[in-house]
Design a protein around this ligand. Structure first.
Ligand SMILES: Cc1cc2nc3c(=O)[nH]c(=O)nc-3n(C[C@H](O)[C@H](O)[C@H](O)COP(=O)(O)O)c2cc1C
Length: 451
């Protein structure tokens, strides 16, 4: 489903907030999006520009479920299925994203938001870049882009990710295309890091049909239904990129980053521009949710994994809860080690049994309180490679960031402190005692509960 069909569906479902009043992309729009965090928003009048702007389309799990036509509880399994079974997209000869072609590019015509007064400049935040790796083929990845001229951006290219490794294999300029106004499957796939050589656009296509079209000026293919596509080159020139607020809701540092030159802009008639507010729910969910299937797959290799949640409190990146069907005494410990393999930026993980609702933080805390003993169930790993996003980690320029990691097995302990194995009946004693159910309407009917 394209971005515009999702917007229509979100409107029908009553989720969409439409702002008809004129809004300035310089500082004002970010504040409005922030005030409506968690809701899809459509700005129909942008100060000085003809574009409409959308935001918040990925700011809650229910919107992903709405787009994919599945129940929210099935999201993890749909992502896992697509990740394991990518389907090569169909190529088409003509596409909505090329309805209009502009070779006289002026990036000032786009409603690129300046989010905060101290930002390094106006930033594209929902653009996915596609490059070709000489060995592994197509790679798709988000890159925040700071506008530095009428045809130039400074791009944040994180070391070791697909774009960076592709760039390091060539000496000259690299062709690139940046797609904006993408479907939700394209956004999800762009946030995934599948094994090298697995095409993210084939993962998007496995989620929902995502036909591709050849670009006009570069040898790359793009989703035919994107709203707008920038074609250009990643140069060898670097400039200062930032400051910019990151996932942590704190300032990211200024770094020397590559300059991208844009040579051609193609778009639909009346294109929708997607503005994603950094550090808020849409950014967080898009970062974290695509890591749940990789943790799920890794844990399933060592025991039976039932569900995984990357929790919002850990900025949807550093913390997870893993739910297992425990079948052996050490399944919880094995699950901890596997979860760290499934998402290498993971810092803290809690493993719970299947009777604990991992979407309810109070239930997870209850499991920690009633089932774990730190000296027995805490796994502490020192000096581990970690996420550069964690401000408390040890960060030395030119070296991989290091951190301590912690995993807590909050599953029912199968052994007693004496070393004796608990019987099945004794293990049942760790479960919550339930009251029977009643039809409460019968008791509260027609004013009988009033005094
Ligand atoms: C909203 C959003 C913004 C992101 N911004 C950047 C960025 O500026 N630079 C970057 O290298 N990765 C960024 N990422 C992370 C990559 O898109 C993500 O890690 C991706 O999986 C990398 O895939 P790859 O390793 O296959 O290239 C961002 C992710 C999201 C969801």
């Amino acid at each position: 489903m394209s971005l515009r069909s999702f917007i229509a569906k979100a409107q029908d479902a009553g989720y969409l907030v439409t702002i008809a009043r004129e809004v300035d992309p310089y500082l004002e729009m970010a504040r409005v999006i922030n005030a409506l965090d968690g809701q899809p928003v459509l700005f129909t009048k942008v100060k000085g520009l003809s574009y409409k702007v959308v935001s918040g389309i990925c700011s809650a799990r229910e919107y992903f479920a709405l787009d994919l036509d599945i129940d929210q509880s099935q999201l993890l399994f749909a992502l896992a299925q697509a990740l394991e079974n990518p389907v090569a997209p169909q190529m088409v000869a003509s596409a909505p994203c090329q309805e209009l072609v502009e070779e006289e590019v002026d990036l000032n015509s786009l409603p690129i938001l300046t989010h905060l007064p101290d930002d390094g400049g106006p930033y594209v935040t929902a653009g996915v870049a596609i490059v070709k790796d000489p060995d592994y083929g197509r790679n798709m990845c988000f890159h925040r882009l700071m506008r530095i001229g009428p045809r130039q951006f400074a791009a944040r290219v994180v070391e070791g990710r697909g774009t960076d490794t592709a760039l390091k294999k060539t000496s000259g300029e690299s062709e690139v295309t940046i797609c904006l106004g993408n479907s939700i499957p394209v956004l999800l796939a762009a946030a995934m890091s599948p094994p090298k050589g697995v095409d993210e656009l084939s993962i998007a296509n496995a989620l929902r049909p995502t036909p591709l079209v050849k670009c006009r000026t570069v040898d790359l293919e793009v989703p035919a239904e994107s709203e707008l596509v920038l074609e250009g080159r990643i140069t060898r020139r670097t400039v200062a990129e930032g400051p910019f607020i990151d996932l942590t809701e704190t300032w990211d540092i200024v770094r020397q980053q590559p300059v991208i030159e844009i040579d051609c802009l193609t778009h639909r008639h009346h294109p929708l521009y997607h503005a994603l507010l950094p550090g808020r729910l849409e950014h967080k969910l898009l970062m974290g949710m695509p890591r749940e299937p990789t943790i799920y797959a890794a844990v399933n290799q060592v025991c039976r994994c039932k569900n995984v949640l990357i929790t919002p409190g850990g900025m949807s990146w550093l913390h997870a809860v893993v739910q297992i069907v425990k079948q052996a005494p050490d399944d919880g410990r094995k699950a901890i080690a596997a979860a760290f393999r499934g998402h290498t930026s993971l810092k803290h993980v809690v493993v719970v049994d299947e009777d604990v609702d991992l979407f309810n933080p109070a239930e997870v805390e209850w499991a920690i309180a009633t089932r774990s003993q730190a000296d027995r169930d805490l796994i502490l790993l020192e000096d581990q490679p970690s996420s550069s996003l964690d401000p408390s980690a040890i960060s030395i320029p030119g070296q991989k960031t290091r951190t301590s990691k912690m995993g807590l097995d909050a599953t029912i302990p199968w052994y007693k402190s004496t070393g004796e194995l608990r019987t099945r009946e004794e293990r049942e004693g760790f479960k919550k005692v339930e009251y029977g159910e009643v039809d409460i309407a019968v008791y509260c009917a027609s004013g009988e509960n009033r005094q």
